[in-house]
Design a binder for this molecule. Structure first.
Ligand SMILES: NC(=O)c1ccc[n+]([C@@H]2O[C@H](COP(=O)([O-])OP(=O)(O)OC[C@H]3O[C@@H](n4cnc5c(N)ncnc54)[C@H](OP(=O)(O)O)[C@@H]3O)[C@@H](O)[C@H]2O)c1
Length: 412
């Protein structure tokens, strides 16, 4: 049987776009053809691309409508304009752009609903790991009780280097940059923004809740030093930047925080640039999906998978029928933490009523105890600026419930 060729207009020919281009060239039998490519810089020397190149976003919409537009650019606002035009024009869109998707999720979902035009974005979270469709389709019939995930390979690489070679944060970052695992401006990764964008997409796909960055207490890895790695080792654990999604009562709690995980924890063994998603489901039990979370071919493989599914007429189901959860009220949820700070600094930066759960740890200039997520969100920026490091020691818990053990260490 002859298969009709699916025509693609591609936005972006960087790491991901070129990866998709090469993958499609390698697999002519798959029946995809990239007929137009929009990029930004006319002066850049390109590796092979025999499709016409344009240097304006509108180029994608000229020369006859393609069957699908694939967007893999690093500019969220332009990508959003492309997405609007594609969906309004009835052209299905496949995107890898987690920032664009996370920032404009609610508008994009409304647009998708109104136009009936599909939008798929498996490549936006954890690269090659098929997590979004698994959440939307396979796990939708079960109750998800917890998701803990390493969704950012750059930070995991840096943390692994710090631990294995006893490096400061700055030296480990330098090594990651030298080896191409971190960008020259690493802010997005190391401050946890990238992980937070992915958490927004996971929250929608898994729980049908639309979060914004302000709903997610976030702390990156820039203040973690050798003293934190030594503390983790003393405890028999490792530090991971963990994206957590946890229903607490009727609330969905979401955090992106450096977390101490013990040797039995499913994220303990995930090293270097690896990604992994650990899930607990009511009926299906515990699962871990792990693999490459970024890179040209791993990410392109997820784009290609979306292109195949589009051909089958696939679209994400609207996540109805899930347990209706509300966004968490952050001052009702506490988290067991360890803060390492110069003596007296935490007392200056967090008002007394907000730090009542904290007490000095045995040694080091550290405090341990339960801090509300509201305090982490509200005072985090000043604390980080002052060089304070934070480690989550356990799972978020309701502050309203009585008789909570102070430190559960459930993640350890
Ligand atoms: N890298 C990964 O492993 C990975 C994994 C998952 C998701 N993603 C996401 O995929 C997207 C692309 O990432 P990447 O690593 O491939 O980035 P990249 O290597 O920096 O390439 C970005 C591409 O976007 C193009 N571009 C930027 N602004 C544009 C504009 N206004 N109009 C048209 N083209 C524009 C650039 O054009 P020029 O070539 O002319 O500069 C370049 O080709 C990002 O959203 C990223 O978050 C990346």
């Amino acid at each position: 049987m002859l298969m009709n060729t699916t025509t693609i207009h591609l936005a972006g020919l960087g790491c991901v776009g070129q990866g998709l281009y090469d993958l499609i060239q390698r697999r002519p039998e798959a029946g995809f053809a990239i007929n137009r490519i929009a990029v930004k810089n006319p002066d850049k020397i390109r590796r092979a691309a025999d499709a016409p190149l344009g240097f304006r976003p509108e180029f994608l919409f000229e020369g006859g409508a393609p069957d699908v537009i694939v967007e893999a650019i690093d500019d969220a606002d332009t990508a959003y304009q492309m997405a609007i035009q594609a969906l309004e024009s009835g052209i299905p869109l496949v995107s890898a752009n987690k920032k664009m998707l996370a920032l404009y999720l609610s508008d994009l979902l409304a647009l998708q609903q109104r136009t009936g035009t599909p939008l798929l974005y498996e490549a936006a979270v954890c690269g090659a790991i098929p997590i979004l469709r698994t959440l939307s389709d396979h796990y939708s019939s079960d109750r998800i009780q917890r998701i803990e995930a390493i969704v950012n390979g750059t930070t995991n690489f840096i943390l692994t280097q710090q631990r294995q070679h006893n490096l400061s944060y700055v030296d480990a970052l330098g090594k990651a940059q030298e080896l191409g695992f971190a960008e020259s401006d690493p802010t997005n990764d190391v401050e946890g923004f990238d992980a937070a964008f992915k958490t927004i997409l996971l929250a929608w796909q898994a729980f049908g809740v639309i979060l914004s960055l302000d709903d997610i207490p976030r702390w990156g890895i820039t203040t973690l030093g050798t003293a934190d790695a030594a503390f983790a080792a003393q405890q028999g654990g490792r530090i991971r930047l963990v994206a957590t999604l946890l229903p607490v009562g009727e609330q969905l709690v979401s955090t992106v925080l450096p977390t101490l995980v013990g040797s039995m924890h499913p994220l303990y063994g995930v090293e270097l640039e690896g990604n992994a998603v650990a899930l607990e489901l009511e009926a299906a039990g515990k699962h871990v999906l792990s693999g490459p979370g970024a890179g040209a071919f791993p990410t392109a493989s997820a784009l290609l998978a979306d292109l195949h599914r589009l051909r089958d007429g696939y679209r994400y189901p609207t996540p109805l029928g899930k347990t209706p959860l509300k966004k968490a009220v952050l001052n009702e949820i506490g988290l067991p933490v360890r803060l390492r700070a110069p003596e007296g600094l935490v007392e200056v930066l967090i008002p007394r009523r907000d730090r009542q759960g904290l007490t000095p740890a045995d040694e080091d200039s550290a405090l341990e105890g339960v801090l509300s997520l509201h305090s982490i969100l509200r005072f985090g920026q000043d604390l980080r600026k002052a060089g304070v490091s934070l480690l989550a020691l356990g799972a978020p818990q309701s502050l309203l419930a009585e008789e909570q053990p102070l430190l559960q260490h459930v993640s350890v």
